[in-house]
Design a protein around this ligand. Sequence first.
Ligand SMILES: NC(=O)c1ccc[n+]([C@@H]2O[C@H](COP(=O)([O-])OP(=O)(O)OC[C@H]3O[C@@H](n4cnc5c(N)ncnc54)[C@H](O)[C@@H]3O)[C@@H](O)[C@H]2O)c1
Length: 249
Amino acid sequence: MSKVAIITGGGSGLGQATAVRLAQEGINIVVVDVSEKGGNETVVMVKEIGVDSIFVKADVSKPEDVKNYVDQTVSHFGTIDYFFNNAGISGSGKFFLDTTLEEINQIVGINLLGALYGVRYVAEVMLKNGGGSIVNTASSAGVIGQDSVVTYSATKHGIVGLTKSMVAEYAKDGLRVNAIAPGPTETPMVKTFYEANPEMKKNATGGIPQKRLGTPEEVAELVTFLLTSKAEYINGEVIRIDGGFTNTK
Ligand SMILES: NC(=O)c1ccc[n+]([C@@H]2O[C@H](COP(=O)([O-])OP(=O)(O)OC[C@H]3O[C@@H](n4cnc5c(N)ncnc54)[C@H](O)[C@@H]3O)[C@@H](O)[C@H]2O)c1
């Protein structure tokens, strides 16, 4: 039987590239996104590869939307084998004392609460069915401190704690939970930003030992490895994929 993966933030960037890569492994894909346009685009892309796929619109910061994408998955595919818990936003990039409480609540709501709700409902189904594998998207900002991203960094450090502590509770029941910590990666969002600010791209790449940004395809390859059975004995890890960036800080 084909395996089934849910991908949040599946309508763009890392989520879309991972949907395509998992589909190449014959895995059916549930695309979850707040953007209908992006979500439907990914469904078309993965169906062309030959797997079954549905789009479920959801704002991951709303628990009822999260429960709904889990229910829709179970009703369409019967189970959940893999979960790429990835939807997130970066915030305005202002210093902390210049950010509003609204912005803090929004980033925490999507990046941290959204990820917690996802694991809460998805793991329930996985454990009922004998286990499964989860990859949470952290960030370089989840393993080091940086300016201009205090709230974002707090949520991504939270993702690391979520990952490690889930393993302490449920690895014995067949659950694997890992996290990825990408450095700056050329997703459409980042590309557009740097095209408008070429000087900032120069500064960013200058601080990376490999002197280039990552690609969504490189991240998708890592996520596919971690999710699938090839990584059966890897659990509770936070894998950095950043061209050496955080190791030189
Ligand atoms: N691109 C990078 O440089 C980079 C680096 C480290 C970590 N990350 C993390 O990777 C993840 C994906 O980012 P990306 O670069 O692919 O960005 P992206 O903007 O290309 O994709 C994010 C997707 O998430 C969706 N989304 C946003 N808010 C949502 C919500 N409330 N509910 C459901 N979907 C929502 C967006 O519609 C979009 O399709 C994020 O968690 C981000 O923090 C990205």
